[in-house]
Design a protein around this ligand. Structure first.
Ligand SMILES: NC(=O)c1ccc[n+]([C@@H]2O[C@H](COP(=O)([O-])OP(=O)(O)OC[C@H]3O[C@@H](n4cnc5c(N)ncnc54)[C@H](O)[C@@H]3O)[C@@H](O)[C@H]2O)c1
Length: 407
């Protein structure tokens, strides 16, 4: 990242003060401590939440100067320079488009839209307004993932032959949990595809390059749930409208660093046992790497296929892993999930202040959303679907090396 940027004060507006809204706020507060050389000083100006508890938390705990119920006030506030959009999924596109029209750069949680077309509508509005965007694809900032990306990019793994990724959560595994918004198409769009698979697809695009074609299948296993206790249908069972589990086979696009490679990606929200089992394995002709979210600070690396040290060696994150040393001076002292959002905040505000644009942006969100929408179509038709090439802005595509050679 750029060094010695002149000091800049940035007024922050927040829309929705739930888990992610609180985390975005902590990230803004950490940024000047972790990235002092950027000279960026976020000020928490105004938060919006329909719930009074959210507004009180914003002012009394997080330190926002004021809090309101209507998010439009945040977008109209002249002291707000950038906006974090952390609302439930069904509001993302509406708020993203409104933020773009208000000329505010925005950092928005995933999924940006309920499917590709809604995501593309946000992209069109952001492009027209020319505002910087950043997407909550936080897992791409994991130092071990950034290290894996380097190993793919510099050829240490040879030609990538195949990959395997999975994101298994158990947060919806209890059939007695009520029919919250995430199970209803109108509010959530797809199920586990938008919720977890979107993260995995973005990670794959970031580390290996654009996916070129897919075939997918999905399943819903907890087919009905109790209506929410305060809803008009309380006491009845209502249908779950989207998928609990999804799996896809992928082929990489010719433009990808992993061109020619094949792979499988799976996601579940009803897995009993896994808590947040998010992992990726990458196999190449010269080596392999594998990473697990529950062991965030480790990367297993295998280089070469002969000699006494063949097989996986566990590398614990250290100063050789991008960004790690900013958080911990000593290898073996762990970074955590919140730190990923601090990195994301730094990338967002660096781009906003005219520095290097290493942030994920709305084009990356569209690239991921198109894969997910194609997965829904493929699950319905049983066919392979060729995707139009949408590389996203930061996908790992084949480019010239500094020596001017094509990888
Ligand atoms: N990047 C990640 O790893 C990650 C992790 C969790 C959630 N998320 C995403 O973040 C988003 C928010 O999830 P969360 O877990 O923080 O939800 P949450 O339920 O904790 O918080 C949602 C908040 O939105 C508020 N809200 C509802 N309607 C509103 C409106 N009209 N205006 C303003 N506020 C409103 C609610 O009162 C609540 O405070 C979701 O889209 C989710 O997919 C991303």
């Amino acid at each position: 990242m750029a060094e010695n940027t002149p000091a800049k004060s940035i007024g922050v507006g927040l829309i929705s003060v739930g888990w992610m809204g609180r985390l975005h706020s902590r990230a803004y507060n950490s940024l000047p401590l972790i990235y002092p050389e950027l000279g960026i000083h976020p000020t928490l100006v105004q938060a919006a939440d329909v719930a009074e508890a959210g507004r009180t938390y914003a002012t009394d705990v997080l330190g926002y100067a004021s809090a309101v119920a209507d998010y439009h006030e945040v977008l109209a506030n002249p002291e707000v320079d950038v906006v974090s959009i952390c609302a439930p999924n069904f509001l993302h596109a509406e708020i993203g488009i409104a933020a773009a029209k208000a000329g505010k750069p925005f950092w928005i949680e995933k999924p940006v839209g309920r499917g590709a077309s809604e995501t593309e509508a946000v992209e069109a509005a952001a492009d027209e307004a020319g505002v910087v965007t950043c997407i909550g694809f936080n897992y791409r900032h994991v130092p071990a993932i950034q290290r894996a990306r380097e190993l793919v990019l510099n050829g240490s793994l040879g030609q990538i032959t195949n990959i395997r990724g999975r994101f298994f959560g158990g947060f919806s595994s209890n059939p007695n949990d009520p029919l919250a918004w995430r199970f209803v198409r109108e509010y959530s769009g797809s199920g586990v595809l938008g919720d977890l698979m979107g993260h995995l697809v973005d990670l794959v695009h970031y580390v290996l390059g654009p996916i070129g074609s897919i075939t997918a299948t999905t399943g819903t296993y907890i087919t009905e749930r109790p209506a929410l206790p305060h809803s008009p249908q309380a006491g009845t069972m209502l249908p779950v409208e989207n998928e609990d589990y999804a799996t896809m086979l992928v082929k990489f696009d010719d433009s990808a660093v992993a061109a020619g490679a094949l792979g499988s990606l799976e996601a579940s929200r009803i897995a009993v046992g896994p808590r947040s089992e998010y992992g990726i394995e990458i196999f190449g002709t010269k080596g392999s790497v594998r990473w697990e979210f529950e062991r965030l600070n480790e990367l297993e690396i295998a280089l070469g296929n002969e000699g006494p040290n063949t097989g996986y060696i566990r590398a614990v994150a250290d100063a050789y892993f991008p960004d790690f040393a900013r958080f911990q001076p000593s290898s073996g002292t762990s970074m955590g999930y919140d730190d990923l959002k601090t990195i994301e905040a730094a990338k967002f505000l660096l781009a906003v202040t005219g520095g290097e644009a290493t942030n994920s942006n709305i084009h990356d969100a569209v690239a991921s959303a198109r894969v997910l929408t194609a997965a829904e179509e493929s699950a319905a038709s049983g066919s392979w679907i060729d995707l139009p090439l949408v590389a996203g802005a930061t996908a790992n595509t084949r480019t010239l090396t500094t020596e001017g050679q094509k990888r």
